[in-house]
Write a protein that binds this ligand. Sequence first.
Ligand code: PHE
Length: 359
Amino acid sequence: MKTKKTKVKATRSLYDLKSAITELKQKFDAESKTDIENLQNRYLGKKGLINDLMKGLKDVPKEMRPVAGQLLNELKANLEHQLTLLGNGATEETADKIDLTIPGLKPKVGHMHPISQAMEEITHIFEKIGFTRVRYPEVDWDYYVFESLNMPPNHPARDEWETFFVDVPKHKQMGKMVLTTHTTNGQVREMERLKSKPPIRMINIGRCYRRQQDVTHTQMFHQFDGLVIDRGIHIQHLKGTLDYFAEQFYGPGTKSRIRPFHFKFTEPSFEVDFSCHICHGTGKKGRGKCKFCKSGWHEVGGAGMVHPNVLKAGGIDPDEYTGFAFGWGVERTYTLKEGLNIDDIRLIYSGDLKFLEQF
Ligand code: PHE
């Protein structure tokens, strides 16, 4: 006759936990203490043995839990202490004999993510010449992301932006809701914020999303968009601003170059290159080619003179005012600066400390 298997809920008694602690201590004592980092990860890491025991706490009867928790905390503190000593070249026996001449242990301190550092630096550079840093929604209406930027519904130019759509009902005037594909969604919003009254000098930095993911693309990335609108603004103002940024961000002597291109929201439009600061724009290194740029220049992003239809969408008279705009990716701008040839750009967002601690 078949008997039905019944599940037995694992209830740990305090006694069980104590023996698990003793076992873990014995295991630790028996370890060879050469690779401290490895021990740190295996015992104290997120998925480490101590955390495994911690997870078992919920199975300990409620009234015993405070005692059990205390025992586990003591165990954790004890192992942390031992590992710090070992990391310092000491052993449990020599630890008591304090040598006051040894330099102190440097506590581990975190730092800002490299991309956040880059955004701060970019903000600072533009603030110095009178731009205001703004932020606009990352989840926005089609109207701000496309339509007000001279891209009517069903315009083929929209295909270039690999858009994620949000599954909510369409807004009557604003259309569908999307994850912003570029920070250019801030341009008409900024004109509206300032009640269509130039001068406008905005730097909008934020997250963008596109349906592409490979070694050179992440689905989430950052862009910054600059927008200047006033009377008598012309291409030389744009070029001067790009040269200024190039020198400030990449170092003295870095130049910018603009090449004809096409965007619906600017006319004329350009692609922007910066001279390579490793070979100083020559494309040569010794007798060979510069391995970093190959041609002396790096393409970074787009720019142009604001299209009259975009000014109109923001309530600004294009016969009275003109403007320039530019926009490009923070990740690319940053990796170029550091001379980094990162094989897989996704590493930046992997949360891997071995990678991040280098910056
Ligand atoms: N939004 C464009 C892009 O994502 C860049 C751009 C911004 C071009 C502003 C011109 C003016 O590629």
